[in-house]
Design a binder for this molecule. Structure first.
Ligand code: XIL
Length: 459
């Protein structure tokens, strides 16, 4: 098939320095550790996601794992240009909409992938160039980001625009030939169309400090200095049998530019090191406070575009592999995201609310705490609800938002109101909590929610 690329240099380039020393450290798991990837990631303020082929959502064995283990999804193909605009000006959102509904019904956030990419362009666009292509591509960004407005946590606005090899420059493509400013034009159009989505640049072979990742680093630094709207960088991380020793340092240098980083398409060649590499990547993300989440590029080995590499966390029968345990342990052992944004007063109590029944005078009712991920013009709030000693059969969390702030999207709760005092009620599957038990919900909004404090009432 045209688009199924043979495994690229990404997985064959063996970067030496291999496994960081920390990888051999014994892992201790906290007493309150989660037992699923999604719960453990959420406890640490992150998401754990999977790429989904929407056709598989009707396969029970697949959705059972997806819904149990993952709280973020990305369309493996359904939001790409060839899928969403098969003919110029005729848009098709069936697959993408289906995935968004599944996500909303199951408490998952959605990564959008990808607005512009030199591969999987529809035939009509492949045949275009110059100013006609420039306006067609900007129109594509505007239309698609507008359609999904308020439903996307982060968009890969531009995918794979840098060349492999030593130069650190752009890859040649018809998009690039419309002018070197095509990337910033795309980001500006995406920001206007969906001001609440984080806007990411996404690429592969960026798994350490190398010429390609440095080229991207320089672009991000330039964008930040000139006010081009970029919020995040995605590291695909299609990996082979070793991992660059400076994988974490590379994530950190991007984070230090003032963008979030995410592991966006993780898969690892099978072999002796698979579990170790998965663990090391997860630890690297946990150690970078602006690393907001990890996505594996599929669920089970047989769902993977990498076929016989058996590159994922579940085998073809849906069993957890050693790599799964390694990721889960790393999530449970990792630090949480401290406070963000760094300049705001802390919104979390200094330590996490206890998840064990307290021994002191027991709390009746419930407690709520919020962690904010903010950017200029928007925010995502992750709210932790902890049941008191009596447990809950339902809960309700209220916020008074500053003026100008508005809720655009909610997951794992039902919102009433969108401005001023907004209340969030449990949905049917997370209202009943045992004593001390914790659940999470989230919402996204425009404006600033800095300084908000939740109040929790239980029934
Ligand atoms: C892959 C899909 O997994 C395949 O089903 C499709 O045939 C080709 O694309 N980098 C990306 C992803 O950004 O979109 C690619 O997905 C994998 C490499």
């Amino acid at each position: 098939m045209k688009h199924r690329r043979v495994l690229r240099a990404a997985v064959t380039v063996a970067v030496t320095g291999a496994l960081a020393a920390g990888m051999t450290m014994a892992l201790t798991t906290s007493a309150n550790a989660g037992t699923t990837l999604r719960a453990s990631a959420a406890e640490k303020g992150r998401y754990f996601g999977a790429a989904v082929a929407t056709g598989k959502l009707s396969t029970g064995a697949y959705t059972t794992i997806l819904n149990r283990e993952f709280n973020s999804v990305v369309a493996e193909n359904e939001m790409k240009w060839d899928a969403t605009e098969p003919q110029q000006g005729r848009f098709s959102y069936t697959g993408g909409d289906r995935l968004v509904s599944h996500a909303q019904a199951n408490g998952m956030s959605v990564r959008g992938h990808a607005l512009l990419w030199y591969q999987q362009e529809p035939g009509w666009a492949q045949n275009m160039s110059g100013s006609a292509l420039r306006s067609a591509m900007i129109n594509h960004v505007t239309q698609v980001a507008t359609h999904f407005r308020g439903k996307i946590y982060a968009w890969d606005v531009v995918n794979e625009a840098f060349a492999d090899g030593g130069g650190g420059g752009r890859r040649d493509s018809n998009l690039q030939r419309t002018g070197n400013d095509w990337i910033e034009a795309a980001f500006r159009a995406a920001r206007v169309a969906d001001p609440g989505a984080k806007l990411c640049y996404n690429d592969y072979n960026t798994d350490g400090i190398n010429a390609k990742s440095t080229g991207i680093y320089n672009m991000v630094r330039d964008f930040k200095s000139r006010g081009v709207p970029i919020d995040c960088v995605g590291f695909q991380s299609h990996l082979g049998t070793s991992l660059a020793g400076d994988y974490q340092a590379n994530l950190q240098r991007f984070a230090d530019l003032g963008v979030d980083v995410q592991i966006t398409e993780l898969d690892v060649m099978t072999g002796g090191n698979q579990a170790n590499i998965y663990g090391a990547v997860t630890r690297a993300c946990m150690n970078v406070s602006r690393c907001t989440g990890i996505t594996t590029w599929g669920v089970r080995d047989c769902d993977s575009w990498r076929g016989s590499d058996n590159a994922l966390l579940f085998d073809c029968n849906g069993n957890k592999k050693a790599a799964y345990t390694s990721v889960l342990n790393a999530l449970n052992a990792g630090p949480g995201i401290p406070t963000d944004p760094p300049t705001d007063p802390p919104t979390d109590p200094p330590t996490d609310p206890p998840t064990d029944p307290p021994t002191d005078p027991p709390t009746v009712g419930c407690a709520a705490s919020v962690s904010l991920n903010s950017w200029n013009g928007g925010f995502v709030a992750t709210v932790k609800v902890t049941a008191g000693s009596a447990g809950t059969s339902g809960w309700n969390v209220g916020f008074t938002l500053p003026s100008g702030a508005s809720v655009t999207n909610t997951w794992s709760a039902t919102a009433s109101g969108s401005t001023g005092t907004v209340r969030f009620a449990n949905v049917n599957y997370n209202g009943r909590l045992g004593a001390g038990q914790v659940t999470e919900f989230g919402f996204q909004g425009t404006g600033s929610a800095s300084g908000v404090t939740p109040t929790c009432t239980a029934s």
